[in-house]
Write a protein of this length. Structure first.
Length: 488
């Protein structure tokens, strides 16, 4: 019995020894297989950054790593839906792993190869980005969005003066990139491994600094626009109006410090031109006589009738109206007015006195109809006594009037004064004959002598300011010598 037990113990020991040896052999075989199979390779299911590198040597893993991370592009979105791209490979972009594949293989646990074969273990490995920054800079500078000749610089909003008037030109942000900011944004995208970047959303484009909504700029243009839209109707009297708008005054306009400016010299020159165009005072104009012929009248230094614009005061009126910027009809200032504005600068209207020196006759027209006529005797046809040819008006009416002159005194019952030098139309009781050629040798001292009965009639018909047109078809006297015509 004892001997049997001993045999059993020896058998069990032998079995244990065999099993131990087999275990050691198995372990040796397992390790030897793991070392031979995986000693220079990554263990099965070695997943790094979502890529399975299991079974690869360091060289194979490095190649796969490069392949996985090559062929990438950065898409650059620009204004107007334009897109350009740059290749990461062109500036030698790559990742450097830490640890490297070689270090991973050296440090991996070969005992775990079997476990790893059935249990994938994803892991994230740190990596450093490496690229040629100089190459990237050059590539960026060569992009169309950075180098195209069609790139527009930003342009601030501004006020332009065109031939048609002032306009508010809106700002234009253009298409010019801020190179420093653009490169910084692209560099950041590259280092983040991005696939796209929107340069506009990143604020890489330069912008205008002044927009049309700027209160000061908009306010200035509002003033200019209001001023340039002003239309003035200038009352030149006699039913004549002149339009003054930007077609005329635009060249006079400017602005400074937000205020509209009109050049005073230009306004003055314009007002003087108005006077030159519409003044009739001491200008020659055509007159159709009672006989039907046309004679030139006026233009004499003796004239006291006709439109005469007060230039300085009218200039101030126009200037104030322009600055007020309100479209309106304005009345100008006149030194004196006339009855009407007829054709060819005539301004006599339909009520006037016509005196023909060569015919020695006077006509009075009332509202276009002949109301009165008479023979007269004018000043003696000599330079010192002749009645000047002139266009004048009745300045005042007087009765029981005493006249003084080199001859002494004379009396008239009815006097129509037509010139401040003392020339009148008056009755002359000392004469019995009128008309004909009396005036050539025995005329007055410059006044218009009229038969007393006729003068009484005329005096009651004529109003102050009635135009008086005196002409001589044959210009018997041309060199009038002005003495004080205070005689009869």
């Amino acid at each position: 019995m004892g001997r049997n037990n001993k045999k059993k113990r020896i058998l069990a020991l032998r079995i244990l020894l065999v099993l131990g040896w087999l275990l050691l052999a198995g372990i040796g075989i397992y390790f030897n297989h793991g070392y031979k199979m995986w000693g220079d390779r990554l263990l099965p299911n070695t997943i790094i950054n979502d890529v399975n590198y299991g079974g690869m040597t360091a060289e194979e893993a490095n190649e796969e790593w490069r392949r996985t991370n090559s062929g990438r592009f950065l898409f650059i979105h620009e204004l107007g839906d334009a897109v350009e791209r740059i290749s990461y490979d062109d500036f030698d972009f790559h990742y450097v792993l830490n640890p490297t594949f070689e270090e991973m293989i050296r440090s991996q646990n070969l005992w775990s190869w079997l476990w790893a074969s059935f249990n994938p273990t994803p892991q994230s490995v740190d990596s450093a980005i490496v690229y040629d920054e100089a190459k990237l800079t050059q590539i960026v500078h060569e992009l169309s969005c950075m180098s195209s000749p069609l790139i527009r610089d930003p342009r601030d909003a501004r006020i332009d003066k065109l031939a048609s008037g002032y306009v508010l030109v809106p700002a234009d942000d253009g298409t010019r990139l801020d190179e420093e900011k653009t490169f910084a944004c692209i560099k950041k995208a590259v280092e983040e491994g991005a696939y796209s970047i929107d340069l506009d959303k990143q604020g890489c484009y330069k912008k205008a600094s002044l927009y049309e909504t700027d209160p000061e700029l908009a306010g200035t243009f509002s003033l200019l626009d209001k001023a340039q839209k002003t239309v003035l109707s200038l009352n030149m009297e006699g039913g004549t109006y002149v339009t003054l708008d930007k077609n005329t005054f635009l060249p006079w306009m400017s602005y400074t410090n937000g205020s509209v400016i009109f050049e005073e010299d230009d306004i003055l020159a314009y007002t003087k031109q108005l006077a030159a165009t519409y003044n009739t005072f001491r200008t020659t104009r055509a007159f159709r006589t009672t006989r039907g012929d046309v004679v030139n009248v006026g233009g004499s230094a003796y004239d006291n009738y006709g439109y005469s614009l007060n230039v300085s005061q009218s200039k101030a009126i126009i200037e104030d109206a322009l600055y007020n910027s309100v479209s309106q009809t304005i009345s100008l200032s006149w030194n004196q007015l006339a009855a009407a504005r007829d054709s060819e600068r005539a301004d006599f209207g339909s009520t006037y006195i016509e005196i023909s020196l060569d015919e020695q006759h006077l006509w009075y027209y009332k509202d276009g109809s002949l109301a009165f006529e008479t023979d007269i005797v004018s000043g003696t046809a000599t330079p010192s006594r002749a009645t000047p040819t002139m266009v004048v008006h009745v300045q005042y009416k007087s009765t029981d009037h005493t006249m003084h002159g080199s001859y002494g005194e004379s009396h008239a019952d009815y006097v129509l004064n037509i010139h401040s030098s003392g020339i009148h139309i008056h009755d002359s009781a000392w004469r019995s004959d009128y008309g004909g050629s009396i005036w050539l040798s025995n005329g007055s001292h410059g006044c218009i002598n009229t038969p007393p009965a006729k003068m009484a009639q005329l005096f009651g018909m004529v109003d102050v300011d009635t135009p008086v047109i005196i002409y001589d078809r044959y210009n018997h006297v041309t060199n009038f010598q002005n003495e004080s015509y205070t005689s009869g």
